[in-house]
Design a protein around this ligand. Structure first.
Ligand code: F6P
Length: 491
């Protein structure tokens, strides 16, 4: 698959395609990650001389960056050129934990408990200064790496200032920005200090194209550009997929940014093949043993992320057992909640609450041969696929989510069809809403009822819906998703 662009391609993201662990003996072990960008980038031809610019996240990464001068060993990256930036650890921590994770992530996912937070004081201003330095490091590296006329695809809220900084350094480049998260509604976005709210928008609008996973997030972004910056927006949605335009003139010649929507889908070929390897079969057998014969399963697989709403999912399941005793001993909630952002106290507390509530439900309802909730917290991809295959019901109930690929992956690998209980606040709702049982993620009673409806869905209907869900979920595979963005940059 070749890009029509005929130019060098650069990708910039905070987290790169490989991470390193540093052993006590000083040896480095590389671990390659997956995801849409990895498959997308590996599918374009070598003529694009692609370079991936990312940050060193931990001690292992920093050591690898130091040993290689930042240009990682291709043996560790599957041949992909990766430039890993060894940014000062304090600057990185303030930018990543302070601004990206504790502020921008919270704003776009509506996570604040507003009577007390956010509170933007001197500490935040210092973190913001680090965020600017961290974005500058990326802009400098990209400006240095990019050939004349190259296409640069900048990812996410971590790097919101990069497009604007890069345009100043290299006006010859074609720059795209992609948001993998939701975008906040303007009233919520305006909690940010005014100057910072403007800088973030202007940063992204430094791109030729800014892209989002759904029309809803794209429209929210345009609403912010209009109301915060006074930009002109030409909206052509939702009639068709024609991109919209934001144009603004911040004291200089008007600059135009096209707004696109590219709804990343599941990688069916990869998933179906991977889900039938022996390690997945082994884990299915082990899970079946734990679940017990003849029982139905409600499966969820998430990072233990505040926006995923795992706690209300458990509360809804407890409600189901309370309201409908006929399900006791006949259903198991299989919850995989993998560690995430454990540097932040609020994530550690949330993780503890998931464990506490699980124990409480198991103590309240569990019997000799029945554990109502099976919780696993150790990341295991093969076991996740095993759970996808045997799920009767998949519970995907985020407070807010850019897309949620679990909702798309389960129907693709499900063995016998799976009913999907889906939050209307997940980006995936835009494509899967019609075939799912849709919930308001805050409504615990409503979610409990939805679980009952899903568990009692007749097998024929379940199988039919799963087929339609799988078709919708795979409409835009990662390779095409990536190429579409790249080709849009030439238009
Ligand atoms: O899933 C949305 C997303 O923004 C990804 O694009 C990004 O890689 C991830 O979240 C960030 O998570 P982490 O902080 O664990 O790298």
């Amino acid at each position: 698959m070749a890009s029509q662009l005929g130019a060098q391609v650069l990708v910039a993201s905070n987290r790169g395609p490989v991470s390193y662990a540093l052993g006590e003996d000083g040896a480095l072990t590389a671990r390659r990650g997956g995801g849409g960008l990895v498959s997308g980038l590996s599918s374009i031809g070598p003529e694009t001389e692609a370079v991936w610019v990312c940050a060193a996240l931990g001690d292992g990464d920093r050591e690898a960056a130091r040993r290689t001068g930042g240009d990682l060993d291709p043996a560790d990256t599957g041949g992909q050129r990766v430039r890993m930036l060894d940014i000062d650890p304090d600057i990185f921590a303030a930018a990543y934990n302070g601004v990206a994770n504790s502020t921008l992530w919270f704003v776009h996912h509506l996570l604040y408990q507003t009577p007390l937070e956010p509170s933007f004081g001197a500490e935040f201003r210092a973190q913001w200064a680090s965020y600017e330095l961290y974005n500058t490091a990326f802009a400098d590296a990209l400006a240095d790496e990019a050939a004349e006329g190259a296409a640069v695809l900048v990812q996410d809220y971590h790097l919101a200032l990069v497009p604007g900084m890069l345009r100043e350094r290299r006006p010859d480049l074609r720059i795209g920005h992609f948001s993998h998260t939701p975008w906040a509604p303007v009233s919520y976005y305006r909690m940010l200090p005014d100057d910072i709210a403007e800088k973030l928008l202007l940063g992204i609008l430094g791109a030729d194209r800014a892209a989002f996973l759904t029309h809803r997030w794209a429209q929210a972004f345009m609403g912010c550009a209009q109301q915060v910056l006074g930009a002109d927006c030409l909206t052509q949605w939702p009639k068709d997929d024609t991109p919209s335009l934001v144009s603004f003139a911040p004291g200089r010649a008007a600059h135009k940014t096209w707004i696109n929507v590219h709804g990343l889908g599941a990688d069916a070929d990869f998933l179906r093949e991977r889900a039938h390897r022996p390690d997945v079969n082994e884990r299915m057998a082990a899970l079946r043993e734990q679940i017990g014969p003849g029982r139905k399963t409600v499966v969820r697989v998430d990072r233990t992320e505040l926006s995923k709403n795992i706690v209300r999912g458990l509360l809804a399941y407890r409600q189901l057992l309370a309201d409908r005793p006929e399900w006791r001993e006949r259903v198991v909630h299989v919850a995989f909640a993998y560690p995430s952002r454990q540097d932040l106290a609020v994530y550690r507390e949330y993780t503890a609450e998931v464990q506490r509530l699980t124990d409480e439900i198991n103590a309240e309802y569990g019997t000799e041969g029945w554990t109502p909730v099976i919780l696993h917290v150790k990341d295991d991809f093969a076991r996740s696929l095993a759970a996808y295959r045997l799920a009767d019901v998949a519970l995907v109930n985020p407070i807010r989510d850019g897309m949620n690929l679990v909702a798309k992956e389960v129907p693709v690998v499900s063995d016998e069809g799976c009913a999907l209980v889906l939050s209307r606040e997940a980006g995936a709702y835009e494509e899967l809403g019609e075939e799912a049982i849709v919930v308001n993620p805050y409504d615990v009673l409503g979610t409990a009822e939805a679980l009952h409806e899903a568990l009692t869905m007749p097998p024929g209907e379940r199988a039919e819906r799963t087929k339609r869900l799988a078709a919708a979920a795979t409409a835009l595979p990662p390779q095409q998703w990536f190429l579409d963005q790249l080709n849009a940059l030439t238009a």
